[in-house]
Design a protein around this ligand. Structure first.
Ligand code: DSN
Length: 422
């Protein structure tokens, strides 16, 4: 896409790594549900001279001079983010989704306060209070779970009981490996009943919300949405915090992020976010979000027809979780590696209350946001699912994998990565 003229001349080693990755992305199929392909316009912004600039603070209130254009770029990003999600306030400076969540905690909690979030093995995220993270040394995290992994229904009554017992300051919805639509109404009611602030970590589905394919938690009274910008939202790597209407909360979040947690914002990434949000405001993004849901359903149908167990019984969003242990008698690591050899990239994943260890879990997690960006339709994604099924049924068969790799390359060639989505 770029010719990398200068890197090529100056630094062969980095040049080769970049073009190697470019080739890998072009020839293979990206099924990691948290990845996507940004437009060339987003990449141009991310590669711009804005990387040279320090802009600590916020538009109109910076610690350094020379902010005429950085202010403009940040205002554009904030304004577009607010419009996309129907929020009154947006902070687009978080370097990542993890930073967005950490800043949100520090803005709203005192040490020792409690957060009620989703259990990691049931779909939550490390930053929702996994014991390996430092935030658990400061705050108290308690976890709700799925009631029935055949349907994926969350144990909302259990959530309520826990909320009444633990009196969380934050009731946290959202996930990194859960496939069903959430009952925002119920969650918001529980939060209200116990006086908690309701937060949705929409990192995975932000693009589907922005594109109108999934419900918007703000329509049910949620106070805050945190997110990444690089998954279904198809922007550059980064984070985002939206506040529906409470100005006091928004002020606390701004302060917690800077100077509380981060230093200078990455203004090149902020510019790239602005461009991506501009793309997401176009009608074509709505079509994209709808196609993502259709494609995920088409993949679901293939595995269901084969009798393979889908965790939560299927999907309402962009991702699927397969129990490869029960379905194919292999663990997720074996599945990931066999598919990787054929050019299909996804990740091994724990399933709820997985009896296996995280490095050899029972499941795989995959999704369609990236291949949908390439133009894959229901027929083409079903073809990918068929290839996956053949490989997973015989993962040691190198001859089969070599043959399937050619089919994957053919598909990749038929649907090249796009340079523009508008
Ligand atoms: N690493 C992201 C994902 O793949 O879901 C979440 O942080």
């Amino acid at each position: 896409m770029f010719d990398y003229e200068f890197i090529k001349k100056q630094d062969k080693e980095v040049y080769e790594a970049i073009v190697g990755e470019e080739r890998r992305q072009a020839e293979g199929l990206e099924l990691i549900p948290s990845e996507n392909y940004v437009s060339k316009a987003v990449r141009e912004a991310a590669a711009s001279v804005l990387t040279n600039k320090y802009s600590e603070g916020y538009p109109g209130k910076r610690y350094y001079g020379g902010q005429e254009f950085t202010d403009k770029v940040e205002e554009l990003a904030r304004g577009r983010a607010k419009k996309l999600f129907g929020a009154k306030f947006a902070n687009i400076q978080p370097h990542s989704g993890a930073n967005a969540n950490i800043a949100m905690y520090f803005a709203l909690l005192q040490p020792g306060d409690t957060v009620l979030g989703m259990d990691l093995s049931h779909g939550g995220h490390l930053t929702h209070g996994h014991p390996v993270t430092y935030i658990t040394k400061v705050f108290n995290f308690v976890r709700y779970k799925i009631k029935d992994t055949k349907t994926g229904e969350i144990d909302y009554e259990g959530m309520r009981q826990m909320a009444l017992e633990h009196k969380p300051k934050i009731l946290l919805a959202g996930f990194s490996s859960y496939t069903r639509e959430l009952d925002y109404q119920k969650i918001a009611e529980i939060a209200k009943e116990v006086g908690a602030i309701s937060v949705m970590d929409a990192a995975h589905i932000a693009g589907l919300i922005a594109g109108g394919a999934l419900k918007n938690p703000f329509d049910f009274g949620f106070d805050i949405i945190t997110s990444t910008t690089h998954k279904t939202l198809r922007g550059p790597r980064g984070g985002l915090i939206l506040v529906r209407e409470d100005e006091e909360i928004a002020k606390k979040i701004d302060k917690a992020l800077f100077p509380g947690l981060q230093g200078g914002p990455l203004m090149h990434q902020v510019a790239a976010k602005a461009v991506a949000f501009g793309e997401a405001l176009q009608p074509s993004f709505k079509t994209y979000a709808e196609q993502v849901l259709k494609n995920a359903k088409a993949m679901e149908r293939v595995f269901k027809e084969k009798g393979i167990e889908l965790v939560n019984g299927g999907t309402d969003n962009h991702m699927l979780l397969l129990n490869v242990q029960s379905g194919y008698g292999i663990d997720g690591a074996v599945a990931e590696s066999a598919l990787d050899k054929a050019g299909i990239t996804l990740n091994k994943n724990v399933i709820p209350d997985d009896p296996n260890l995280p490095m050899r879990p029972s499941g795989i997690r995959f999704g369609v946001p990236a291949i949908t960006s390439r133009g894959f339709d229901e027929v083409a994604v079903a073809q990918v699912a068929e290839i996956m099924h053949e490989i997973l049924s015989d993962p040691q068969n190198e001859e089969l994998i070599t043959k399937k790799k050619e089919e994957v390359k053919e598909l990749a060639k038929r649907f090249p990565i796009k340079e523009s989505y508008v």
